[in-house]
Design a protein around this ligand. Sequence first.
Ligand SMILES: Nc1ncnc2c1ncn2[C@@H]1O[C@H](COP(=O)(O)OP(=O)(O)O)[C@@H](O)[C@H]1O
Ligand SMILES: O=c1ccn([C@@H]2O[C@H](COP(=O)(O)O)[C@@H](O)[C@H]2O)c(=O)[nH]1
Length: 691
Amino acid sequence: MQAGKIVQRPSGNGTPILQPVTPVDKPSEGSPHSILASAAAAVSLDHAQSSSSSTSAASKGKPATSNPTASTRSKTIVLTDAGRAPWYNSVGEPVPAYVVGIAGGSASGKTSVAREILKKLPNVPWVAIVSQDAYYKSLTPEQHKLAHQEQYDFDHPDAFDYDILKQCIKDLRGGKSVEIPVYSFVQHQRTSETNYLYGPAVLIVEGIFVLHDPEIRELLDLKVYVQADSDLMLARRIKRDIVERGRSVNSVLDQYLRYVKPAFDTFVSATARHADMIVPGSHNEVAIEVISQHMEKQLRNRSRKLRAEFYKTPATQIATSAAKDAHVAPMSPYEGLGSPNERRTSFANIKPSLKRDQSFGLSAPYSTSSTSAADEAGLPPNVILLAQTPQLQSLLTILHDRSTPTSEFTFACKRVGTLVVELATTLLPYKEKEVTIHGGRKHIGHEINVSTLCSVSILRSGAVLEPSLRRAFPAMSLGSLLIQSNEEDGEPHLYDVSLPSFIRRRETAEKSWVFLLDAQIGTGAAAFMAIRVLLDHSVPEDQIIFVTLLASSQGGIHALNRAFPRVRIVVAGVDPGLQKLRIPWQTATSSGASANKQDRDVSSESLHNAAVDEDDLSPGFNRNDNLHMLASPPLLSIDRRFVSNDEAKQRSQAQRQGSVGQSPAKGSRVVFAITPGCGSIGDRFWGTGSR
Ligand SMILES: Nc1ncnc2c1ncn2[C@@H]1O[C@H](COP(=O)(O)OP(=O)(O)O)[C@@H](O)[C@H]1O
Ligand SMILES: O=c1ccn([C@@H]2O[C@H](COP(=O)(O)O)[C@@H](O)[C@H]2O)c(=O)[nH]1
């Protein structure tokens, strides 16, 4: 099997290609391709941080001498071609990843089959291949010596540690992040390096004994066995082990005759009976096609369309089931999509599960917050609203005013940010500290352990709160999540996960306190996804503090409370409305497949509906209100900004009159707007967008 780490990316003509990933692969920012590619590069760079091997390209067939570290490279392969759609249900519980096990003799072609399947799934984002080799048991010094003399049996079922492999599959299946050991076939042991792996929607586990352990078999959705003739396997193994694993012909043959062949005949081949499919080790294109089609179908069935689910569910049904079971979220994070009346009915029938001041066993320290204002605004009990003083109101007015120039907007944002951050810091676990004061007396004060704190911004808008947080904790680690709303259905998609190393490690993540930052909470979809990412990394729910400038009181803040009632949300201001809009959107024609897709998507109907979707207007608001767009930054748009509502109408009209050219490609996308709202806060903060 080929050593090294590769990702699959679409080539210009849409044909998937396999290529090694190195940091230099990262394309220039701003190109439409860069989101996909940088997501892929981000994962591989994650690996680069933990695995020295990732920095040099592995290529098939290179002699060991020209590529001496090849055999210490991880066999873990990750594909992150597109954003990841929600992998959890409406109460925030993860939907399991699809797991395929591929067993078969050594050099039968297991890894090659896994990679071919991966190539056939270009539309499935976030696919990972994990090799069982990473889970060989650690050897004693004596066994280690024997291994170097080809006197250790690596082909016996007892050579593997099934418990840790099982745990790894369980974790990845359940959406948790893991550290995959890196195995060295030259040193016959795990190296000190590990690969951080998070979030595959499809996990392929390959290895000679993947179908051996009954508990592991239970975790597999599809069991495949690769069958090849022994002479073919031997020929392939001689070639491969000399090239990639630093062996001589004699050593390969000795080991083969002593251990590999007998173990294959006795143990490995016997596991074929557990397989759902037997795939030939060569000329297997048809079998691979069948497997890929089956997987795509299974994945389609598992895909989460929370918005659609809730749109279909009548409000009365939602409210009744919610009243029966406090743990069932009556609304999705996309609840702004139901009709306003449906929303009101369902909220009226649901009792909050926690009382604001009792929620967390804290004596309410919110001298700067107003619980009555939060209650009056109909906010759930985990929401802490800044006291609505005239001073704060004046700052929020600057943010609401669409004529506010960028510099003033940025300044006001930072001031409100400081107020909201200071309130959030009161929720941290301060401990008593004894200090000596002037005169030599002891004094009992308080301190906070800054090393357990970090912030994670939902890009781009969340970063507007970073300066305020940094002022409070200058040495704090900063992370980010790139979450974009899908242009077709408005579902959030996860493109990049860059978390501080102590969140990536489970032991430290369990002790960490995370400020999750976003400028506003409308539908709550991005916040929902970001919280799920942190929980997947084992950050405790009650140690996540969501800090935001503005929320819609009728938006996803309620769904967030129902799914994650222990996450505290600290917010500066609340606006009443939330609207669903479809707006025109353009992309660069140079974006290859993506541009073609846009071309396809442009129907006269979508352009006709390009302005406000009237059915979705919130009560008490009409399109003449001071309405701003709330949406993720349009990273794919050619001009880096959304068009305004008026422009939308003009373009729609122009299109109908045929006066809009074909380049750049145009389409429309669903966005959500808090009303009256402050517009796209990120764009206004950095002066990059329309007001
Ligand atoms: N269908 C195939 N046709 C030709 N060569 C193949 C095929 N499948 C695998 N090989 C070659 O056989 C060798 C071993 O394949 P690999 O997939 O690494 O096996 P395994 O993972 O089962 O050990 C590799 O050099 C690979 O290129
Ligand atoms: O240190 C080691 C560990 C394993 N092997 C051999 O590797 C194969 C399994 O890997 P495949 O990629 O499935 O071929 C197994 O037959 C062991 O004999 C090794 O030589 N040294």
